[in-house]
Design a protein around this ligand. Structure first.
Ligand code: SUD
Ligand code: ADP
Length: 293
């Protein structure tokens, strides 16, 4: 069984409070893009979970979110057979694109299908939050408003077709570090998430891009000036708007014109500001399937 684990960007990210357990209350507009990791799962008579990946620095034990997700379901349903899993990563790691969370979501979906556990999407999402705050969204996919710690989800209509330029500088940023260094009392500007949701419902691309904002930039951007440099370059080269995704450091630019997007991609590559550069699109509604068995 082969599954596609799609990456996300946050079109809007607001933090509204901090909970007693240290997690933050958020209001985010999530969007899947056509960039994905591939997870292959094979049933085996030999009990246990065996995981291989194309990135030697990633753990292949329960430090990997794929392993954790598979184990969670296999323990709960007392599955005696084993699985051999191979993960091919294309989504940049520790980038603010939910690569690990999406891989975990694909593992939940895959194990549920392979062993015919009969769990609904909602039941998989409930289990996903035990692995990470973004995992329920990665099970749901598409365009969504995420509240709570990210697990309270409202599905939204797909955003109008547009081109997404991704620039990941050669630094890794830990989500825990970014939330840990957020001083909410010092955040003066909060993005208009309700206005963005309204613009999405009205299929108004510029109404969406006008409202892009991410309060986590207040932590990551001062620490890594390259983020603002990539944003500025994308804007100079014709992006409708550009912003950091999630906790960063990846920057995405939204383009309404494919020629401008290609030019901006080439310029970004030449500049050396980003280490990984991709041009992609938002997922089309209905284009977020996990793939065939
Ligand atoms: C910032 C966002 C935006 O979509 O994504 P990324 O940048 O990681 O992709 C998410 O809120 C990240 O979600 P996720 O990466 O699943 O978080 P988790 O693994 O559950 O938590 C990692 C750490 O981030 C902090 N955390 C996470 C979510 C949240 N709502 N409040 C938090 O304070 C906690 O300190 C936690 O220890
Ligand atoms: N399948 C996985 N893919 C990527 N990272 C993983 C995975 N499993 C565990 N990790 C760990 O989780 C950390 C953050 O992963 P990732 O999901 O790529 O970050 P982000 O949510 O910021 O995009 C990495 O530093 C890595 O060590």
């Amino acid at each position: 069984m082969k599954l596609r684990a799609l990456a996300k960007i946050n079109l809007g990210l607001d933090v509204t409070g901090k909970r007693e357990d240290g997690y933050h209350e958020v209001r985010m507009v999530m969007q899947t893009i056509q960039m994905y990791d591939q997870l292959e799962i094979k049933e085996s008579k030999e009990p246990g979970i065996r995981l291989t990946t194309n990135l030697p620095f990633l753990p292949c034990n329960d430090g990997n979110l794929v392993y954790k997700a598979a184990k969670l379901l296999m323990d709960e349903f007392d599955i005696r057979q084993g699985v051999d899993m191979n993960l091919t990563k294309f989504i940049p790691v520790a980038a603010g694109m939910a690569g690990g969370s999406s891989d975990a979501a694909a593992a939940l979906v895959g194990i549920n299908r392979m062993f015919q556990l009969g769990l609904t999407k909602r039941q998989l999402m409930e289990r996903g939050v035990q692995i990470g705050a973004d995992v329920p969204y990665c099970v749901m996919r598409g365009t969504a408003l995420a509240e709570g710690i990210g697990e309270k989800l409202t599905s939204l209509p797909g955003v109008p077709m547009c081109y997404v330029l991704i620039g990941k500088p050669g630094i890794n940023v830990s989500t825990k570090f970014v939330y840990g260094n957020l001083h909410l009392d010092e955040v003066t500007e909060h993005p208009d998430i309700d206005g963005m949701v309204e613009a999405i419902r009205n299929h108004d691309l510029y109404g969406i891009t006008d409202r892009m904002g991410n309060v986590l930039e207040s932590v990551t951007c001062p620490a890594y000036p390259v983020i603002d440099e990539i944003k500025a370059q994308m804007m100079k080269n014709g992006a409708v708007n550009a912003m950091m995704s999630g906790s960063g450091p990846t920057v995405f630019g939204i383009f309404d014109d494919p020629d401008k997007a290609e030019f901006a991609r080439d310029q970004l590559k030449i500049s050396g500001l980003s280490k990984q550069t991709f041009l992609t699109t938002v997922s089309k509604p209905g284009g977020t399937k996990y793939g065939k068995k």
